[in-house]
Design a protein around this ligand. Structure first.
Ligand SMILES: CC(C)(COP(=O)(O)OP(=O)(O)OC[C@H]1O[C@@H](n2cnc3c(N)ncnc32)[C@H](O)[C@@H]1OP(=O)(O)O)[C@@H](O)C(=O)NCCC(=O)NCCS
Length: 148
């Protein structure tokens, strides 16, 4: 299993079928921008997960993290996040921000596990009509990242 920089959309379609979050089309547009840093986790050429950030100077923002459904709860999400943050830290990033749906307990637990702390809330940020929900903002100072 290896984390490698993302170069194209190969093997990613299955990860982005029928889920919440940014579409693959949006992410591939983002990928063309200089601020984008993205990696895929691969096992014998099969994509198991992907992680996307934007980065400007010492600050990064986690745009999306996704592990294929049949490979969840095996530590891959934590590994992908930890390894990509370590690369960003080496490149001079000191702080990472993210926002997550209030209902996404699993992702929030993952982020807290690595040391992210809640830093704010965007009320009624996601959804439409009666089905809106808050975005929880979280921040990690990279020197405070939890050890595995
Ligand atoms: C969030 C996601 C990336 C986690 O990936 P994963 O590989 O399953 O996570 P891991 O196995 O590395 O687990 C890491 C931590 O996440 C939390 N976690 C993961 N799955 C969980 C579950 N089903 N229930 C509760 N907590 C869970 C736990 O805190 C876990 O640490 P622990 O096992 O030591 O308690 C994955 O569930 C996913 O792709 N979800 C859909 C996309 C998504 O919601 N992305 C986040 C957008 S903000």
């Amino acid at each position: 299993m290896k984390l490698r920089p993302l170069t194209d959309a190969g093997g990613l379609t299955g990860l982005y079928c029928g889920t919440h979050g940014p579409s693959l089309a949006f992410l591939m547009t983002l990928e063309k921008q200089a601020s984008c840093c993205a990696w895929v986790l691969e096992d014998a050429s099969r994509v198991k997960g992907a992680i996307w950030f934007t980065r400007v100077d010492g600050e990064a923002e986690l745009v999306d993290i996704r592990v294929e459904a049949s490979s969840r709860q095996q530590g891959l999400g934590a590994r992908m996040l930890r390894e990509s943050l370590a690369v960003l830290a080496t490149a001079g990033v000191t702080t990472c921000h993210l926002e997550v749906r209030e209902s996404n307990d699993i992702a929030q637990r993952l982020y807290r596990r690595l040391g992210f702390a809640e830093s704010g809330c965007r009320h009624h940020y996601y959804g439409a009509g009666d089905h809106r929900e808050h975005a929880i903002l979280m921040t990690l100072k990279l020197e405070a990242m939890s050890a595995p």
